[in-house]
Write a protein that binds this ligand. Structure first.
Ligand code: NI
Length: 636
């Protein structure tokens, strides 16, 4: 056991990461020149954890994933207890690991040094390269014709800054796209779609960049004079009967493990299996974009270090995390996960109209576990909320800077590109997230049901056409469990434990209530449709298999598609009663608006998990009255 590691799901500490790199390099000196993507803990499965005595020495295995000096992806499996390399294997060149920072820097440098690129800038009157901002995007999907199969590649678009502190995206250099072959270490093509003036206007979003600031809203101070209601032990959090473990996965970002309520398991693991941002515009700056921010850019390794009082307000507990950087060193992301309590309005209320206005009211509270990652121009927050009534909510917050072009009437099309200033247009696009939930509802095997509420036909038993009913269907095969939302039928999905009955004799259950959400609009034969198959449906169900963690396939860099959930579910496995995994796709179709500029106000999407017969009655009935004595009335 390493220092501070008290549980097999605890996040890797600094010395473990250092030790893994040392073990890899000891017998494989050529990895001195490798560039690392990430390190990931090989998490034990639920059966292993159940049988484990926490007093014995715990197995601790990790994988280091990266790109070697020949630009070939590799995976090294290392046993940290035995201090040995268990396996070192190549990753197929058709689907590589996430881009490393070395590759990103290299793409920027190769582009800046390219003579064709410099000539294209000169044509636009740009000679000072120090103010050029280059934005690399994945080279997969639409692969440039000059990139040899199996090579790693990036595409880059460019912007011109006014000053080093300028908004890097404010002034697009329209239609100039560099194609970089990372394996051959050269620029293979400069696409130039003609001259559009570089926009002149600033778009700073920092306080100094504003003409004037409004008077601050009055301060709100959130204090808990009696201390917080939660407690933390290692990576485990306890609050109001809830228990869970937190971690940052390099691909998935914030993950919750072993979520239970009153010692009854709900799910074993929930994390973002991948996400995709497909663009729907014909503008050559954007038409090819469909980035997988998880499996192409390692969402979790881009976690922000959060600032007290700015990112989170109140009495905060922070978790740090450690990541392996491209050169084999370890970086600590301080305050990567934020934990705090929030008042959430009323939990329940009733005024008895027959008894002179007598009423009972209780306040709702939630525990917030959150992290934020920045991937290029966008910033995404993963927010988990645990409520007193057994509800679990996942909310993704989207903010940052929208994709942008210099507006030109011959390029930009109505309905596909939206003018957001006189000089700028932003393309229509989607952000689609896929959350994987490895269920453990009340322990043991689970089942998946769909419920639709349907109107009954007029007939003898429904003479006035007023009746409707909820119809539940058991989804027993993977093929039946590829489902989409249907708000007109109040469609929900229910995970049940058929062997655990509640007081009224019904199986205990949680339902998944997905918000109003799109699925993928790209054609299923398009590169985005093939690569991001997970985004074709709002719900997928599979039997648990430890290697099935990513909805788009484990590695997607330069991948042509057909991986992920399409492939996983191809044999139509039985899910009628099993160790159930559900996959939920949701997101936003983003039709840009002027208010999204120069920085986008947060947009929200996600889902709720709601107990259905998990309890025998309202579990918050025993909440004490909690009117705050500190609240003041301004009534004279
Ligand atoms: Ni957007």
């Amino acid at each position: 056991m390493q220092e501070n590691n008290k549980h097999p799901l605890d996040m890797l500490n600094r010395s473990e990461i250092e030790s893994a790199v040392t073990i890899l390099k000891k017998d494989n000196p050529k990895h001195e020149n490798s560039s690392f993507s990430y390190i990931v803990l090989e998490e034990p499965e639920k059966a292993t954890l159940r049988s484990l005595s926490l007093t014995e020495e715990l197995e601790r295995r990790v994988k280091i994933v990266g790109v070697d000096e020949n630009s070939e992806g590799f995976e090294a499996e290392i046993d940290l207890v035995e201090k040995k390399l268990l396996d070192l294997s190549k990753i197929s060149n058709d689907a590589g690991p996430t881009y490393t920072l070395t590759e990103i820097y290299s793409a920027i440098q190769l582009t800046l040094e390219d003579s064709d690129y410099q000539k294209a800038l000169e044509k636009r009157g740009i000679t000072d390269l120090s103010l050029i901002h280059i934005d690399p995007w994945p080279g997969g999907g639409f692969v440039n014709k000059n990139i040899k199969k199996g090579n790693r590649a990036l595409k880059a678009i460019s912007f011109l800054k006014d000053s080093p502190k300028d908004n890097a995206y404010a002034r697009p250099i329209q239609g100039l796209i560099a194609h970089i072959d990372l394996t051959e270490k050269k620029v293979v093509e400069i696409e130039d779609h003609g001259l559009v003036d570089v926009p002149k206007t600033h778009a700073r979003y920092d306080a100094d960049g504003q003409e004037n600031l409004r008077d601050n809203p009055k301060e709100i101070s959130i204090t808990q004079p009696e201390g917080t209601g939660f407690s933390v032990q290692g990576n485990q959090v306890s609050w109001e009967g809830w228990k869970t473990r937190v971690s940052i996965d390099p691909i998935e970002g914030l993950v919750l493990h072993e979520l239970s309520l009153n010692d009854r398991p709900i799910f074993f693991r929930a994390g973002m299996s991948d996400m995709v941002v497909p663009y729907g515009s014909s503008d050559p700056m954007h038409s090819w974009k469909a980035v997988h921010d998880g499996t192409e850019f390692a969402f979790g390794t881009m976690a922000n270090s959060l600032t007290l009082g700015c990112d989170c307000l109140g009495e905060i507990y922070y978790f740090d995390t450690h990541k392996l950087t491209f050169d084999g060193s370890v970086e600590t992301i301080e305050n990567a996960i934020c934990l705090h309590e929030e008042d959430f309005g009323i939990q329940w209320k009733h005024t008895d109209a027959t008894m002179m206005g007598y009423n009972e009211v209780r306040r709702s509270r939630r525990l917030v576990i959150s992290s934020l990652s920045t991937i290029g121009n966008y910033d995404y927050g993963i927010f988990w909320y645990l409520y007193l009534d057994g509800t679990v909510q996942l909310e993704i917050k989207l903010t940052g800077i929208i994709g942008i072009s210099a507006y030109h009437q011959d390029i930009h099309k109505q309905g596909q590109d939206f003018k957001i200033t006189d000089e700028l247009a932003s393309p229509i696009h989607q952000h689609l997230f896929n959350m994987r939930i490895d269920w453990d509802l009340d322990g043991g095997a689970n089942q998946l049901f769909e419920t639709n509420v349907e109107a009954l036909p007029i007939g003898e038993e429904n003479p006035h056409g007023t009746q409707f009913k909820a119809v539940a269907t058991h989804l027993t095969k993977e093929g039946d469990a590829k489902r989409d939302i249907s708000p007109e039928k109040s469609r929900t999905w229910k995970i049940i434990n058929p062997n655990k009955l509640n007081k009224i004799g019904a199986p205990t259950a949680y339902k998944v209530l997905l918000g109003n959400t799109p699925t993928l609009l790209s054609h299923s034969d398009s590169p985005a449709g093939k690569r991001a198959s997970f985004a074709k449906h709002n719900l997928w169900g599979t039997p648990f298999k430890s290697e099935e963690r990513s909805g788009g396939g484990r590695h997607t860099v330069m991948h042509s598609g057909e991986g992920g959930l399409d492939e996983m579910t191809a044999s139509d496995r039985d899910i009628s009663e099993c160790d159930l995994v559900t996959w939920h796709t949701f997101g936003v179709t983003h039709v840009p608006r002027p208010e999204d500029w120069p920085v986008m106000p947060v947009e929200y999407c996600g889902f709720h998990l709601i107990p259905v017969g998990f309890f025998d009655q309202n579990p918050t009935i025993n909440l004490p009255p909690s009117c705050s004595k500190k609240s003041k009335s301004n009534k004279s």
